[in-house]
Design a protein around this ligand. Structure first.
Ligand code: NAD
Ligand code: GLY
Length: 368
């Protein structure tokens, strides 16, 4: 096993630790200290459970483990699934003392988190994220939700876990596209908060794509530290937490235009980061050289560096205007503040400049 490491999320009486290590789930009794009752309840899906449920049982030592499998895919992150989870908890006699453990990617984590927030008015919750995206983003910070037919993540709660356990060995079974999708959020964290971290990610990008454990643990630790600091400062997104949406206003428009499931969220964010950087250059907030650096990094992570050519400027504008996070403050964007490593919310972006970015296509960030 490579060295384990930990990050604290400083949230007062809701503080918790993110444990990171290669092979962490091999540690017997790893999770037992967080389980107050004689049994725990694992929520997963068939794909992940086939691979890791036995390891989870062993990591829980003598704790009795019940489990419930939900459908695999975003379309299962809904109230019907939540109802099935609650039914299973009740049938198996789980009380307010139980501990719910999410074993899987963001779909499992978001659903299990909302089940934990709402079951008997709240029970203990542990995140064991198994996709790179969930390890660096969705398992940290306490956003839990399920989707409504009229909108994604429309039913949910802020509910912090008691602990997060990240076993980087689980990434070995993850499809390459999902690894790249997680790298998009890692690059995003560096771009919005820490130029030194971004430079490390850039230097290690080939090792990260190859899932080299030491590089991966460093990158996950850095990303979790950035997200933990943002969440500690603004848990409920009244200000700074909105910076985590860098690249997402463009990305959400791409996901919606393509139809959910065509591009992974992280792939749309990859192109969105290049678009946000391009717009930052046009507004004098980033140099052309730095912008090209970002574009090259996104490409090396195996991500698209431009939106699909068939999304028109008009479609983009109308989809971005519908994006709840963009429209709340009248089409606002998270843009770089002088270059990669710092970001800020910007309102009143001139439509003519925005259109230039939307029309740039493959030549985004190429100003030479
Ligand atoms: P996902 O949960 O759908 O997982 C992607 C795929 O990988 C699934 O098919 C899953 O079964 C499979 N998988 C998971 N772990 C695996 C492993 N170790 N080996 C092999 N296959 C594995 O997708 P995701 O990208 O992890 O999460 C996306 C969800 O996260 C979305 O619903 C999004 O809204 C949510 N999200 C939430 C937050 C938050 O702050 N709560 C932040 C970002 C995203
Ligand atoms: N993924 C954005 C947030 O957690 O706030």
């Amino acid at each position: 096993m490579t060295t384990n490491t930990a990050i604290d999320v400083a949230l007062g009486d809701r503080a918790y630790t993110i444990h990171i290590g290669e092979g962490l789930l091999e540690e017997r009794e790893l999770l037992s200290e967080h389980v107050r009752s004689e049994k725990a309840f694992v929520i997963s899906n068939a794909t992940v459970a086939d691979l890791y449920l036995d390891r989870m049982r062993s990591a829980l030592g003598n704790v009795k483990v019940d489990h419930c499998l939900i459908g695999d895919g975003e379309e299962h992150k809904n109230l019907d699934t939540l109802g099935e989870v609650v039914g299973s908890l009740l049938e198996q006699g789980h009380t307010r003392n139980t501990t719910i453990i999410a074993l899987g990617g963001g779909v499992v984590g978001d659903t299990a988190g909302f089940a934990a927030a709402s079951y008997q008015r709240g029970v203990d919750f542990i995140q064991v994220p198994t996709t790179l995206l969930s390890q660096v983003d969705s398992s940290v910070g306490g956003k839990t939700a399920v989707n409504h037919p009229l909108g994604k993540n429309m039913i949910g709660a802020f509910y912090q876990p008691k602990a997060v356990y990240i076993d980087t060995a689980t990434l070995r079974t993850l499809p390459d596209r999902e690894v790249s999708a997680g790298l998009a959020e890692i690059i995003k964290h560096g771009m919005l908060a820490d130029a030194n971290y971004l430079a490390e990610v850039e230097a290690d990008i080939e090792r990260l794509v190859a899932l080299e454990p030491e590089a991966m643990i460093n990158a996950i630790r850095g990303s979790c530290a950035i997200k933990a600091a943002v969440v500690a400062e603004d848990e409920k997104e009244s200000g700074k937490r909105a910076l985590l949406n860098l690249g997402h206003t463009f990305g959400h428009a791409i996901e919606t235009a393509m139809g959910y499931g065509q591009w992974l969220h992280g792939e749309a964010v990859g192109a969105g980061l290049v678009m946000a950087t391009d717009l930052s250059v046009r507004l004098g907030r980033c140099s052309a050289d730095e912008a090209l650096r970002i574009k090259n990094l996104v490409a090396k992570a195996g991500l698209p560096v431009a939106p699909p050519a068939d999304i028109s400027t008009e479609t983009f504008l109308s989809l971005m205007a519908k994006d709840k996070k963009a429209i709340d403050a009248g089409m606002r964007f998270v843009l770089l503040a002088g270059g990669p490593g710092e970001a800020e919310l910007v309102e009143d972006v001139p439509a003519s400049v925005l259109s230039e970015t939307l029309r740039a296509g493959e030549s985004l960030c190429e100003f030479g």
